[in-house]
Design a protein around this ligand. Structure first.
Ligand code: HEC
Ligand SMILES: [Cu+2]
Length: 364
């Protein structure tokens, strides 16, 4: 940012650090680049305001001063003024070159992740985000990151174009099927910030929202460690409660109260299971709604499509889960009357369902 500072000095404006946030309704600043982005935004806006006032002011003034009056002869007016024309060409030229230069520097900076970045894999799907960490931990719609360390997101889409947008960090990047895109940031403050999909991706696009949680480095390690292993610490008889914690991955398409969304309500599926009922598939066959059907429906959503519904369940959803999480979701549907008695999910806390000793049993 040396050149940045030099230019600021040249332009006679205060250094960015001294500007108290943004004047133009930007959200809070929580990353290393947020201050620079806002400074540039404010600078361009003030520049526009300044020239608007000067140019429109002069125009209005001249309209009055040189308005047509009866006793003044029409002399034709000036046609040319070299010093004036050079001035109004050179000053804007310097300004736009300065803006381009700072912009280019900033662009190169925000598109080049530092070599020591912490890497997180991101998958965008209609209509949720999955974040996967180097230790195998995964979480939906909640991105955990350390403060004061560059974080690089490597992003892929499983279906259509999405876009990762974290306003407080001032970063936004398209997530495109068939291509890996990257985005990096370094959070400067601990706390919770909004995360959005910023590319219209279908009917439930507005549900594709999440949170970034920023921790100090030690706490971050603990959270990620816990995230990788929590499901192994849930005893079998509480797996349905673990499933309840994962329901947010399914909620954009499956309700709990019997109403249809994109897919059948889990209430209906649950009732079919209890009644040992069957499901008609689009290929004309009928299949029993049993444990196996539930598992296969989650693992390979495209193999058995329930009649009357689109084949729009994301194929990748089950393969990312691992066996125990898959069991948790199956148990969640089987025991739905306990987890969502009246169509509303009961409150479940991860701390309440994990048991430390179980880990040893499950490990062998
Ligand atoms: C993008 C929408 C979408 C999401 C997200 C989604 N599903 Fe589905 N799901 C569907 C559709 C559509 C069907 C019906 C067509 C079919 O059988 O694949 C379906 C069918 C099912 C079935 C079969 C139900 C029955 O009654 O026949 C199960 C079980 C299921 N989903 C579980 C899940 C679970 C568990 C999740 C979350 C981890 C999930 N789905 C997420 C769209 C979705
Ligand atoms: Cu999206």
């Amino acid at each position: 940012m040396i050149a940045h500072a030099t230019l600021l000095a040249l332009l006679g404006t205060p250094s960015p650090a001294k500007i108290p946030g943004s004047y133009f309704g930007m959200p809070e600043q929580a990353s290393t680049i947020a201050g620079d982005v806002d400074w540039m935004y404010d600078f361009i806006t003030w520049l526009c305001i300044f020239f608007f006032v000067v140019i429109v002011g002069a125009m209005v003034y001249f309209v009055f001063k040189y308005r047509r009056r009866a006793h003044v002869a029409d002399t034709g007016g000036p046609t040319h003024n070299t010093p004036l024309e050079v001035t109004w060409t050179v000053i804007p030229l310097i300004l736009v070159i300065a803006i381009f230069y700072i912009g280019l520097k900033g662009y190169v900076h925000i598109t080049t992740p530092p070599a020591n970045s912490y890497e997180i894999e991101v998958i965008g799907q209609r209509w949720f985000w999955t974040f996967r960490y180097p230790n195998g931990a995964a979480e939906t719609n909640i991105l955990h990151v350390p403060v004061g360390r560059p974080v690089k997101l490597t992003m892929e889409s499983d279906d259509v174009i999405h876009a990762m947008f974290i306003p407080a960090f001032r970063v936004k990047q398209d997530v495109v099927p068939g291509r890996r895109t990257e985005l990096w940031f370094e959070a400067t403050r601990e706390g919770e910030f909004d995360l959005f999909c910023a590319e219209y991706c279908g009917t439930q696009h507005s549900q594709m929202i999440g949170k970034v949680i920023v921790y100090d480095e030690d706490e971050f390690e603990v959270v990620i460690e816990e995230l990788a292993r929590w499901i192994d610490k849930v005893p079998d008889e509480k797996l349905h409660l673990a499933g309840a914690l994962m329901y947010n991955q399914c909620s954009s398409c499956h309700t709990l109260d019997g109403s249809d969304l994109i897919g059948p309500s889990f209430k209906e599926t649950h009732e079919l299971f209890k009644a040992a009922g069957t499901r008609q598939l689009i290929d004309g066959t009928t299949v029993a709604v049993d444990d196996d059907y539930l598992q296969q429906s989650i693992l390979k959503p495209l193999d058995q499509i329930a009649k009357g519904y689109p084949s729009s369940m994301p194929p990748g959803i089950g393969t990312q889960l691992g066996d125990r999480k898959l069991q948790a979701l199956v148990q969640f549907i089987i025991r739905l009357d306990e987890v969502a008695p009246d169509g509303n999910l009961i409150e479940v806390n991860r701390q309440d369902i994990v048991v430390e000793e179980v880990e040893a049993e499950e490990a062998e």
